[in-house]
Design a protein around this ligand. Structure first.
Ligand code: PLP
Ligand code: COI
Length: 341
């Protein structure tokens, strides 16, 4: 297989069409066999549930080229499980886990020429998604759905690569208590667009969202969970029913405890505590772990002393171990790495 002629080391996080995508349809109460297609266009009813009532959810994961030349995906079973929660919450049919993982493998294999070579810093981003494709006019779940997977080679999520990010505390709320903040529904992201455009216009990289009920606790950003480091080197991450259960964050907590011997606390994090932390990072599939240098709350600047100029020592250890596992340099916990080719 000959790799595509792309400037791998300088890719940004944007969509580039690849050769094949996966499509399965749900009709009459069941999923069809699903298949790969060359056709990147979606044709659905003008009255499709997704177009009117935003019945859609998605996932994000990556394929990597390891040091010894394999193509692997990181924990695709976890994405399948999270998509199951999203689907159930949105009254959509579940796309079975085994079928999900097989479809990821099939789609990545078919686009192997787009999986960035080892050492370039780039990866193949995999985007499974599902939407109500059948017509509905009264507010109700659609009767027909489409599940698809597209892939696109990507570089760093934040422009400029790994650098300390500037965040602002958002005046918007991302998710309501007992709402949909803990699933990967497209509607959560539509809600956050005004906030991210406002943040960018004001010169910030991302928002820190607070809990909607009291606005005293740290939730997450528009596309990543937070991790903080205390003065005595404990790792702290917010626990909330309205944040997305990040697979990266859950993996990092395991790595922190089992590989690196840190004490880990998953608990409510008050915004008033943030100035006591020494390091801050955003973690997610796209963000990996991006260091946060500064958080600005209506003019009050909170500087993170050990991640002000880039990754601090604790976050760097987490980053090196996570990416080492993903790239096959460090032995992974059982079941974390799915070998694709
Ligand atoms: N939080 C939000 C709102 C996200 O969109 C994402 C990205 O998927 C994450 C957190 C990180 O989750 P994961 O590590 O599973 O990619
Ligand atoms: C991911 O990290 O996979 C996401 O879906 C986040 C999104 C902001 C790109």
């Amino acid at each position: 297989m000959v790799k595509k002629d792309l400037d791998w080391a300088n890719l940004d996080f944007s969509y580039r069409k690849t050769d094949k995508r996966y499509v399965a349809n749900y009709r009459n109460g069941e999923w069809d066999a699903g298949d790969l297609t060359d056709d990147d266009k979606v044709t659905i009813s003008e009255c499709a549930g997704v177009l009117h009532y935003s019945q859609s959810c998605f996932e994000g994961l990556k394929a990597y080229t390891t040091e010894d030349g394999h193509i692997v995906a990181f924990r695709p079973d976890m994405n399948a499980e999270r998509m199951e929660s999203s689907a159930k919450r949105l009254e959509m049919p579940v796309f079975p886990k085994e079928k999900f993982v097989d479809a990821v493998v099939e789609t990545v294999r078919a686009n192997a020429a787009y999986v960035p070579p080892y050492g370039t810093g780039a990866t193949l981003y995999i985007r499974p998604y599902m939407f109500g494709s059948g017509p509905v006019i009264g507010v109700a779940p659609s009767k027909e759905y489409q599940f698809r997977i597209l892939t696109t080679p990507v570089g760093p999520y934040f422009k400029g690569g790994v650098r300390a990010l500037n965040l602002c505390v958002s005046d918007f709320d991302r998710a309501a208590p007992r709402g949909t903040g803990d699933i990967k529904a497209g509607l959560n992201y539509a809600m956050s667009l005004r906030a991210i455009v406002t943040a960018h216009r004001n010169g910030y990289d991302e928002n820190m969202f607070l809990d909607a009920a009291t606005r005293t606790m740290v939730e997450e950003t528009g596309g990543a969970n937070f991790i903080f480091v205390t003065k005595d080197n404990k790792i702290v991450t917010p626990k909330s029913d309205s944040i997305l259960p990040s697979i990266t964050r859950r993996s990092l907590l395991h790595i922190a405890k089992e590989y690196l011997g840190f004490t880990v606390e998953e608990r409510e994090v008050y915004f008033s505590e943030v100035s006591d932390f020494t390091e801050c990072g955003l973690c997610g599939t796209a963000a990996v772990i991006s260091p946060v240098g500064k958080i600005v709350d209506h003019g009050r600047e909170i500087c993170m002393p050990n991640s002000f100029n880039g990754m601090g020592t604790v976050i760097k250890k987490l980053y090196d171990t996570l990416t080492g596992i993903q790239m096959g340099q460090i032995e992974a916990p059982k079941g974390w790495i799915k070998i694709i080719a």
